[in-house]
Each structure stands twice: as structure tokens, then as C-alpha cells.
Write a protein that binds this ligand. Structure first.
Ligand code: NDP
Ligand code: 5RP
Length: 478
């Protein structure tokens, strides 16, 4: 390949970068320059894909990688978040010129994206923080893509990104969402919702396994059935698939030989940190992140089980008959809506805080295919925003969800109550129910909190009967 012939370059030939490069070459018919810290991997991507080899250009050095690119250049970083991105930017930037575009397509903390964007601002080089969701399969065949940065740069990237993105009813699931870190912020919230969705599915799995006594194969059939109705989604679908899988070595259900310690590379944690900083109670997302943390303390849990495993609990009143399963299905569907409502409330507050004007209905639209949380439910959210003229104060208040919430909350309430009495952990499902009960209460209880704060800290309070802020002369307390 002579210099200046590649349409773009992908730096980072890991799970995502290699598959994204193949997608650009395949679905985009682009010529793609490849570079990787471990150089051999770039050649491996080409050599393992002979049908695309003529469009894949592995390179040995950053200099060769850059020289292979047409000008103005487009470089896509797909490396681990944090220091690796800064290291690779430091290597690449000196070789780029005004008008070139450098995209971080990994999962970045949006605060880092804002910092990196500012760092290149005066160079004339365009930095883009871009969220990519869909895992390995999505990267290869069509992810959902959430683009940040300057809108003018998005116009240049559209011809590159639309051919490789997932399609929903033929429409590309990629769009520009706002300036600076907007793309990475939305991806972070996507992952927070993903954590919540996965945790709530795990809690229902726990009820079926430990409360009803079902085997993995039986639960696979239940999730597969639920995947034909309102819960239809990638995560419910893969729950059925993973539960149906048999370990080839032992012949046991695969899930039964996997250690119950959840990993987390940080995106879910970022989502709840940002929600907290914005004053949004994303309690179901928080419960999901916390549950992963508790799961990682397996040896402590084993000790606690010896001490408290036999504490008196009520018999689990869950049944796998039609009514019992319908109750669990409705509970999960309702809790899912509440989790999405929290994620969306966080994005709405961030949009105001950072001046992004996030297209919240459009975000649901581009999440309908390609991404990990893709689901039929996102079509309902898209329609709720269309019905609301793009404005929805909170998904729980959207008219189209009123029936689902009214009827479903009863099932969620019964499931949480029965699980709690039976000692079955439902942190995310119960957080969803508590959020719903708190959100729908016109007269809450933080008036007492305000009184306490004013007594010990003179933090003042407002009164129901008049404007202003007040401090009361409380009795002295020892
Ligand atoms: N896996 C997934 O499902 C998804 C991942 N992402 C995000 O995409 C990004 C890449 O993830 P993924 O492909 O799964 O990760 P992998 O671990 O598969 O690949 C990591 C890549 O980063 C490179 N790398 C790591 N550290 C450095 C460094 N210090 N300097 C230079 N290169 C480095 C590796 O190079 P080398 O080969 O030399 O080690 C490798 O090419 C991450 O931000 C991830 O969060 C986003 C969506 C989905
Ligand atoms: O972004 C993703 C999916 O959309 C990645 O798979 C991410 O790694 C998932 O997060 P975690 O590793 O913390 O489970």
C-alpha cells in the first residue's frame, strides 16, 4: 500500500478495534490502516480475514500508520480507557495536521474526554469522543454509535459511520448527540442502564433458582418465552442462551460452573457517580453497581453464610405456574421502566448542566439496534418522546407508560415483598420499587431532615405557608 491511500486508521486491535476495522472494510468497503501496540496483532487481523485483506493495511510503526492515511486523516482509537488513551494520543497527535480527526471510540470517562478535547482545541485537530455499543458482535456487524464533539466534524464522519452502524428498519443507529463529552456521557448512561438491566435479570434468576428450585434449562425456557413479549431484548435473549448452555467438560449447565463474582471495568460506576453529582437518584443503577461489588467479596460471603445462612425467613411464596411466572415477568418489565427512567433523568439533567441539548428521543432511537440494551422497550420510549414533542419530564410520567406502571407496580411490589420475606436478595428490584414509591409521594419525609439539619447546623429550611428561608431557634440538645 502506498502512502495516503487508507480512508481511515484504527489503532488498537483488541476485541473491539479488530472487529470495528473489519466492519469498516466489509460494510463500509473502506481501506483501513491498522496499528497495535503489539504489532503482530495488526497483521493477524489481516491474515485471519483473507476476504478483506486487500482493504486492511497493517503497519509496524505509528509513523507508517499515519503516512498510510488519506488527508484529512481520520484515526480511531480503540484501546483501554484511561492512561492508554492518553499514551496513544501523545504518540499520534504530533503526526496529525489541522483538519485531521482523532476519535476515541473506547469507553472513556466523559470528564477525560472533555479534558482531551480542550487539550487539542487550538491545534486545529478535531477530537471526538464516541460511544460504541454492541460488544464484539456489534463492532463487527453493526454497533449503536453515540457521537460527541463538533457537529461540523460529525457531518464529515457520517459517510464513514452510517455504513458500519446497526440499522433499525433500515435507519442507521448512529447520531451526533452533542458537543465535547456528550457521546461518551450517553454511552456511560447506556452502560449504567445495562448494569441495572443485567442485575434485575440476575435477581429474577435468583428467585427462580433459589426460591422456586428450577434448573438452568427450565429457566432458559422461561426467559426465551419472555423474550417474545414486552421484555423482548438482547439481554433477555442472551439470558436464555447462557442458561441453556452446557459445559462440554462436565456436562453441567454452564452457568452452574461459573464463579459468582461479577467483573466491572468501570462504566457502570461512572454512571452512578455522575448521577450523584447531578443530584439524580439513579438508585437502581447504584444497586446494580453495588451488587457487583458485593459479589466480588466471595470469601466474606462464604463466612457470612456460615454465620447467617440459616436465619429464619419465610418460605418463598414463588411458583413457576402461569400466574407465578406472569407476576415475575410483569415485575421485571416494570422495574426495567423505572431503571430507564432513572437513566433518562440523569441524561436530561446532564443535558441542562452541560448545555448539550441531548436529543433524548433520538438516543432511544439509536439504541433500538446494535447496542447491548437494545430492546422492544426502546421503541416504546422513542414513541413516548415523539408523542411528547421531544420532551418527557420523566418516563414514569409519560402517558403511554401509565397502564404498564399502574398494573406492573402491583406485581413488582408482591415480588419484592415475597423475596424480602424469603431472604432472597433483590437490591435492584427493591430500589426500583422504592424509587417509584418515593417519586409518587407528594408529601415526603425530608421535612424532618430539614428540621434536623437546621437544629444541628443552622442550615435553614423553607416553609409551606410563605416564601423565604428560615432558621428556627430550637431547644438546646446536650
Ligand atoms: N469488549 C466490549 O464489549 C466493549 C469494549 N468497549 C471499550 O473498547 C475499548 C477496547 O476494549 P476491548 O477491545 O474489549 O479491549 P481489549 O483488551 O480486547 O484490547 C485492548 C486494546 O488496547 C490496547 N492497549 C491496552 N493498553 C494499551 C497501552 N497502554 N498502550 C497502547 N495500547 C494499549 C491493546 O493493545 P495490545 O494488544 O498491545 O495489548 C489492545 O489493542 C475499551 O475502552 C472498552 O471499554 C466498548 C464497548 C464494548
Ligand atoms: O461497553 C460495553 C458494552 O456496552 C462493554 O462490554 C463494557 O466492558 C461492559 O462493562 P463492564 O466490563 O463493566 O461489564
Amino acid at each position: 500500500m502506498s502512502d495516503g491511500q487508507a480512508d481511515l486508521g484504527v489503532l488498537g486491535m483488541g476485541t473491539m478495534g479488530a472487529n470495528l476495522a473489519l466492519n469498516f472494510a466489509d460494510n463500509g468497503a473502506f481501506t483501513v490502516a491498522l496499528f497495535n501496540r503489539t504489532v503482530a496483532k495488526a497483521y493477524g487481523v489481516r491474515d485471519d480475514n483473507p476476504a478483506l485483506a486487500e482493504r486492511l493495511v497493517p503497519t509496524d510503526t505509528i509513523e507508517q500508520f499515519i503516512s498510510t492515511l488519506k488527508s484529512p486523516r481520520v484515526v480511531v482509537l480503540m484501546v483501554n480507557a484511561g492512561q492508554p488513551v492518553d499514551e496513544q494520543m501523545a504518540l499520534v497527535l504530533p503526526h496529525l495536521d489541522k483538519g485531521d480527526i482523532l476519535i476515541d471510540a473506547g469507553n472513556a470517562d466523559f470528564n477525560d474526554t472533555v479534558r482531551r478535547d480542550a487539550a487539542v482545541k487550538d491545534t486545529g485537530i478535531h477530537f471526538v469522543g464516541m460511544g460504541v455499543s454492541g460488544g464484539e458482535e456489534g463492532a463487527r456487524h453493526g454497533p449503536s454509535i453515540m457521537v460527541g464533539g463538533d457537529e461540523a466534524v460529525w457531518e464529515r464522519l457520517k459517510p464513514l459511520l452510517e455504513p458500519i452502524s446497526a440499522k433499525y428498519d433500515g435507519t442507521p443507529c448512529v447520531d451526533w448527540l452533542g458537543t465535547g463529552g456528550a457521546g461518551h456521557f450517553v454511552k456511560t448512561i447506556h452502560n449504567g442502564i445495562e448494569y441495572a438491566d443485567m442485575q434485575m435479570i440476575a435477581e429474577i434468576y435468583g428467585i427462580l433458582r433459589d426460591g422456586v428450585g428450577l434448573k438452568a434449562g427450565e429457566m432458559a425456557d422461561i426467559f426465551a418465552d419472555w423474550n417474545t413479549r414486552g421484555l423482548s431484548s438482547y439481554l433477555v435473549e442472551i439470558s436464555a442462551v447462557t442458561l441453556a448452555e452446557t459445559d462440554p467438560e462436565t456436562g453441567k449447565p454452564m452457568v452452574d460452573v461459573i464463579v459468582d463474582e461479577a467483573g466491572q471495568k468501570g462504566t457502570g460506576r461512572w454512571s452512578v457517580i455522575e448521577a450523584q453529582k447531578l443530584g439524580i437518584g439513579a438508585t437502581t443503577l447504584e444497586a446494580a453497581v453495588s451488587a457487583r461489588g458485593i459479589s466480588s467479596r466471595r470469601s466474606e460471603r462464604a463466612e457470612a453464610a456460615k454465620l447467617f445462612g440459616a436465619v429464619a425467613t419465610a418460605r418463598a411464596e414463588f411458583h413457576a405456574d402461569a400466574d407465578g411466572l406472569k407476576e415475575l415477568e410483569a415485575a421485571l418489565e416494570t422495574a426495567k421502566l423505572i431503571a430507564y427512567a432513572q437513566g433518562y433523568a440523569t441524561m436530561a439533567e446532564a443535558s441542562k448542566e452541560f448545555g448539550w441539548n441531548l436529543p433524548l428521543g433520538e438516543i432511544a432511537r439509536i439504541w433500538r439496534a446494535g447496542c447491548i440494551i437494545r430492546s422492544r422497550f426502546l421503541d416504546d420510549i422513542t414513541q413516548a418522546y415523539e408523542a411528547g414533542g421531544g420532551e418527557v419530564v420523566n418516563l414514569l410520567l409519560a402517558p403511554s407508560f401509565k397502564t404498564l406502571v399502574e398494573e406492573g407496580q402491583a406485581s413488582l411490589r408482591r415480588v419484592v415483598a415475597k423475596a424480602v420475606l424469603a431472604g432472597l436478595p433483590v437490591p435492584a428490584l427493591s430500589a426500583a420499587l422504592a424509587y417509584f414509591d418515593d417519586y409518587r409521594r407528594a408529601r415526603g419525609t425530608t421535612n424532618l431532615t430539614q428540621a434536623q439539619r437546621d437544629l444541628f447546623g443552622a442550615h435553614t429550611f423553607k416553609r409551606l405557608d410563605r416564601e423565604g428561608t428560615f432558621h428556627h431557634k430550637w431547644p438546646a440538645v446536650g
